[in-house]
Design a protein around this ligand. Structure first.
Ligand SMILES: Nc1ncnc2c1ncn2[C@@H]1O[C@H](COP(=O)(O)OP(=O)(O)OP(=O)(O)O)[C@@H](O)[C@H]1O
Ligand SMILES: [Mg+2]
Length: 499
C-alpha cells in the first residue's frame, strides 16, 4: 500500500518574511479519504502544489503515487468539452468512453461533450473536470474546493460521487460536504499541521477539547505569572531602596561604612533573586505563547448598517421576467421588508445573479418585463459573485470610496495577516481575495445588502463571524447561496426559483 511521507518540510514564497510551513512531518496512507482544512491563506493550495512538485521546498516528500489536481487549467475555453477532456487526460480519441463512464456517474448528459466548454454552467464544468480527474484509478487526486458555485443538487451529486472513491485529498470549507465523504482530516493550524482520524465533526470536537485545555492552561499560567511578577517587582524595589538608602547613609554618616559591606551583599543577592524571578516570568510568558499557539482568533465583526426607519419595504419586485435568446428567468415577485434577510435560491443557471444585477440597475442584454421598486434614497452594498480585484487594498478602498483604515480593521478581525496589507490582491489566495471584497462591503455604509454567494471560499471561522453579525444586527439583506445549513441559520424567508 502506498503512502505519502512528508519529512521536515519547510516552505515560503520568495516575497515572504516568515516560512509558511516550518519543519512539517506527516504520514498519509493511500487508502484514506482526506479533508484538508484551515483558515484562508494557511497554505492548503500551496501544500497540494508541493505534492504535485510545482514548488521548490526544503525537506522531503516521499511517495510513489501519481498526483492529479482539480481544477485543471483549461487552455482554451472555446474548444469543445471533448477536446478539453482529451487534452487534459492525455487519452486517445477512442478512449473517450472512460470519461463518459465517469460523466454518467455524475449524471451529466453526454451531449455536452460536443458543446463549447465556455458555454457550460459552472456546475457542469466542475463535474466534467472531476470526471476527467478520476479516470486514473491508480492516481491520488488532489481536489481544491470543488463545491464553490455548485447548487444544492450538484453538491449532493459530487459528494455521493466522492463517497464511492478513495485516495484523495479534498479542500473544502463546507462542513456538511466534508462530513459526508472523508475519513481523515489534515488541519493546517496557526502553528502546525495535524492529522486526525474521523470527519469534520470529529475534528471539531477534538479541537474544542484542545482549545478548552489551552484556555485553562492560559488562565492558570496568567495567575502564576501575575504572582511571580508581583513578587519580582517587590524584590527589585526592596533591593533598589536598600541601594539608595545605603548611598544616603554613606553621605550622612561617617560610621556607616561599618554596615556597607553587609547591606551591599544582601541587596545584591536580592537584586539577583529579582532578576532570576524576572527570567522565570519571561520564560512563563514564552510558554504561554506556545500553549496558546493553536487557538484561532475570531473577533466579532459588524456591518456599517444604517437602518431606514421610514421604509417598510426596501425592495418590491412584481412579475419580473428577464429573457434573451439563451436564458429566461422564472417570473418572480417578492417584497423585502426592513431588517429581513431574504435568500434567493435555485439551481445553477436559473438567473439569480441576473435578477440581482437588474435590481442594481446594471445594464444587461435582456428584455425585461414586470417592475422593480427600490427607493432612490436606499444605499446598497453589493458583494458580487465574480469580481476582478486588482492593485492594492488601499487603492481598492479609495476606488470604492470607503475609509482604507476601516477596511484594514475589518480584515484584521477576519484573521487576515497584517503583512499582506500592501500586497497586490492578484497574488492573494482565493479566500483572501474574498475577504477583501467582504471587508469593503462591511465598511461601506449601507441600508441594504445584496450579497451573491458570500460564503464561497471563506473559512469556517469567517462564515461563523458573518452569521453572528447578521444575527446581532438584523440588516436588510438579499442573499444568494447554496449552503443550506448557513441559509437556514440566517434567512427570515427563502424564495426558491423554479421553472
Ligand atoms: N504565487 C504566490 N506568491 C506569493 N504569495 C503567494 C502566492 N500564492 C499564495 N501566496 C500566499 O501564500 C499564502 C498561502 O496561500 P494558499 O493559496 O496556499 O492558501 P490557502 O490555504 O489555499 O487559502 P484559501 O483558503 O484562501 O484558498 C497566502 O498568504 C497567499 O497570499
Ligand atoms: Mg486555496
Amino acid at each position: 500500500m502506498g503512502t505519502i511521507q512528508i519529512n521536515n518540510l519547510s516552505f515560503k514564497y520568495d516575497q515572504m518574511v516568515d516560512n509558511l510551513f516550518n519543519n512539517i512531518n506527516l504520514s498519509i496512507d493511500e487508502s484514506w479519504k482526506l479533508g484538508l482544512i484551515g483558515r484562508n491563506g494557511r497554505g492548503k493550495t500551496t501544500l497540494l502544489n508541493i505534492l504535485l512538485g510545482n514548488l521548490e521546498y526544503q525537506g522531503q516528500v516521499v511517495s510513489n503515487l501519481n498526483f492529479h489536481y482539480y481544477p485543471q487549467p483549461v487552455s482554451d475555453m472555446s474548444k469543445t468539452t471533448k477536446e478539453i477532456a482529451l487534452e487534459i487526460s492525455g487519452l486517445a480519441d477512442y478512449d473517450i468512453w472512460r470519461v463518459e463512464t465517469e460523466l454518467e456517474k455524475l449524471q451529466v448528459s453526454l451531449d455536452i461533450l460536443d458543446q463549447q466548454f465556455e458555454t457550460l454552467s459552472p456546475g457542469e464544468r466542475t463535474k466534467v473536470l472531476l470526471a476527467v480527474l478520476f479516470i486514473d484509478d491508480d492516481g491520488f487526486q488532489l481536489i481544491d474546493e470543488p463545491t464553490n458555485h455548485l447548487d444544492i443538487d450538484g453538491r449532493k451529486l459530487v459528494s455521493d460521487y466522492l463517497r464511492t472513491k478513495k485516495a484523495f485529498i479534498v479542500i473544502s470549507h463546507d462542513r456538511n460536504f466534508l462530513n459526508e465523504i472523508i475519513d481523515h482530516v489534515i488541519s493546517i493550524n496557526r502553528n502546525d499541521i495535524d492529522v486526525y482520524k474521523g470527519n469534520f465533526d470529529t475534528w471539531e470536537h477534538e479541537k474544542n477539547l484542545q482549545d478548552t485545555y489551552e484556555a485553562d492552561q492560559k488562565r492558570q499560567l496568567t495567575k502564576d505569572i501575575n504572582k511571580l511578577h508581583d513578587s519580582a517587582v517587590k524584590k527589585e524595589n526592596w533591593s533598589r531602596q536598600t541601594e539608595k538608602g545605603k548611598k544616603k547613609n554613606i553621605s550622612m554618616d561617617k560610621h556607616a561604612n561599618l554596615d556597607k559591606g553587609f547591606i551591599g551583599a544582601k541587596s545584591a543577592k536580592m537584586m539577583k533573586k529579582a532578576k532570576s524571578m524576572q527570567h522565570r516570568v519571561d520564560d512563563s510568558l514564552n510558554t504561554k505563547k506556545t500553549l496558546l499557539k493553536n487557538i484561532e482568533i475570531d473577533d466579532p465583526i459588524s456591518l456599517n448598517y444604517a437602518e431606514i426607519s421610514h421604509l417598510k419595504n426596501l425592495i418590491e419586485v412584481n412579475d419580473l421576467l428577464l429573457k434573451n435568446r439563451n436564458v429566461e428567468t422564472p417570473k418572480v415577485s417578492f417584497k423585502l421588508p426592513r431588517n429581513h434577510v431574504l435568500a434567493l435560491m435555485g439551481r445553477n443557471g436559473i438567473g439569480k445573479t441576473t435578477i440581482f444585477k437588474q435590481i442594481l440597475g446594471i445594464a444587461q442584454p435582456f428584455e425585461c418585463s414586470g417592475s422593480i421598486v427600490v427607493p432612490s434614497s436606499v444605499k446598497i452594498s453589493y458583494l458580487a459573485q465574480e469580481y476582478d480585484l486588482h492593485g492594492t487594498i488601499r487603492e481598492l478602498a479609495e476606488r470604492k470610496k470607503v475609509e482604507p483604515e476601516m477596511v484594514f480593521s475589518n480584515l484584521r478581525k477576519l484573521g487576515f495577516e497584517r503583512e499582506l496589507f500592501d500586497n497586490n490582491i492578484e497574488e492573494m489566495s482565493q479566500g483572501q481575495k474574498r475577504k477583501v471584497a467582504l471587508a469593503v462591503s462591511l465598511s461601506e455604509q449601507a441600508n441594504l445588502y445584496l450579497w451573491d454567494e458570500p460564503f464561497n471560499y471563506l473559512d469556517v471561522i469567517t462564515r461563523d463571524q458573518i452569521v453572528d453579525a447578521i444575527h446581532k444586527q438584523h440588516p436588510t439583506m438579499l442573499i444568494i447561496d447554496h449552503d443550506l445549513g448557513l441559509i437556514d441559520e440566517i434567512a427570515d424567508q427563502k424564495l426558491i426559483l423554479k421553472k
